[in-house]
Design a protein around this ligand. Structure first.
Ligand code: TYM
Length: 343
């Protein structure tokens, strides 16, 4: 479908359901900053970034911890380079249009579509009858987050690809059902060496905030000692690093550390392996640890500084919500009109 009329606009979100980890940083936030500052393939974008607290509560969150994590996530965005002047920075629940559009999408999306979502299957597990209705409807709210701004591009890690495809399905069905060309076919942007950062303890598992082992991930609040220790202890194999990326096939732990080196150095995985070819892990791990500390320490100390001023964070979020609603409100009003909801 030709889409001449949509403003190039980026939206993405992160759940404040735990602390930020290196996977979130490299797979998402660092890419958000790139899109804010440099655009993509010569195109520049309006950028909107969101703490998705309504998504977080689809699984149980302690209220005080949720409020803390939401502010800390906001601090993490800013400390990593998201500029609240250049980008619109928001907390999802402060922009009610997200939830309002989500309800409409609940009537567009089909049960079968939701049942096929791998994240639903993973999170609900065997006990799906006991999962919240919100967890099941989660992808419809995510589609609403994106489409309430007519966002054209969504930078995410690989694990969110299926949800963006579903967003396109919802947009297409809405457009088709109501015979309009109203919602865009949003593109996922899944690029770079760190679209899927793996656990430091098991290279076949994604690095995740829900992993019981803290050693499996680098938290953005870890200090230099903790970062170095976790990298020193990261699982590897006995062989030296190969000359080419093909040589990393079947070596997921080694591949993960090379990807981390590449992403932290802002180079491709090919360029990274060329730099470290032939090294033993005894040599490579300290190099990686130094690099990680150099890149992450300024972010964690800035996060800690910002968290001393939570009133300032709240003020920024209130301002972000105002700016976001200027875009979202007319799109919701038009959606209501298309659907026949009398206002
Ligand atoms: P969430 O909160 O699980 O993760 C936030 C972002 O971090 C990426 N990510 C990773 N990237 C690389 N390696 C990893 N190990 C890793 N772990 C997480 C995720 O892909 C994501 O980009 N459903 C979303 C939140 C959301 C959203 C949206 C995203 C709600 N509405 C609208 C985009 C657009 C989620 O749970 O992300």
């Amino acid at each position: 479908m030709a889409q001449p009329s949509f403003t190039p606009r980026v939206f993405s979100g992160i759940q404040p359901s735990g602390g930020l980890h290196l996977g979130n940083y490299l797979g998402a936030i660092k890419r958000f900053v790139d899109m804010q500052n440099s655009g993509l393939n010569g195109q520049s974008f309006e950028t909107i970034y969101c703490m998705v607290d309504l998504h977080a509560i689809t699984t149980w969150q302690d209220p005080a911890t949720l409020a803390h994590n939401t502010r800390e996530l906001c601090a993490g965005f800013i400390a990593s380079g998201v500029d609240p002047e250049k980008s619109v920075l928001i907390n999802q629940s402060q922009v009610p249009e997200h939830a309002q559009l989500a309800w409409i999408f609940n009537t567009v999306a089909r049960m079968g579509w939701m049942q096929r979502m791998t994240q639903w299957k993973d999170k609900a597990g065997k006990n799906s009858q006991n999962a919240s209705l919100g967890l099941f409807a989660y992808p419809a709210l995510m589609a609403a987050d994106i489409l309430i701004y007519h966002a054209t591009h969504v930078p995410v890690g690989e694990d969110q690809k299926q949800h963006i495809e579903l967003t396109r399905d919802i947009a297409a069905k809405f457009n088709n059902d109501y015979k309009v060309d109203f919602f865009p076919m949003t593109e996922p942007v899944i690029e770079g060496a760190a679209t899927r950062v793996m656990s430091l303890r098991d290279g076949s598992k994604k690095m995740s905030k829900s992993d019981a082992s803290d050693a499996s991930r680098i938290n953005m609040t870890d200090d230099a000692d903790a970062i170095a220790k976790k990298i020193r202890k990261a699982k590897t194999d006995p062989d030296p690093l190969p000359e080419t990326l093909e040589g990393l096939e079947g070596r997921p732990d080694a591949r993960n550390l090379v990807n981390l080196y590449a992403a932290l150095s802002d180079i491709s995985a090919e360029a990274a392996i060329a730099q470290v070819a032939g090294q033993q892990f005894g040599q490579f791990k300290p190099l990686l640890a130094d690099l990680a500390v150099e890149k992450l320490s300024p972010i964690s100390s800035e996060m800690a500084r910002l968290m001393q001023h939570t009133d300032e964070i709240d003020r920024l979020l209130a301002r972000g919500a105002e700016r976001a609603r200027e875009i979202a409100a007319p799109i919701l009003a038009e959606t209501y009109k298309i659907v026949g909801l009398v206002k």
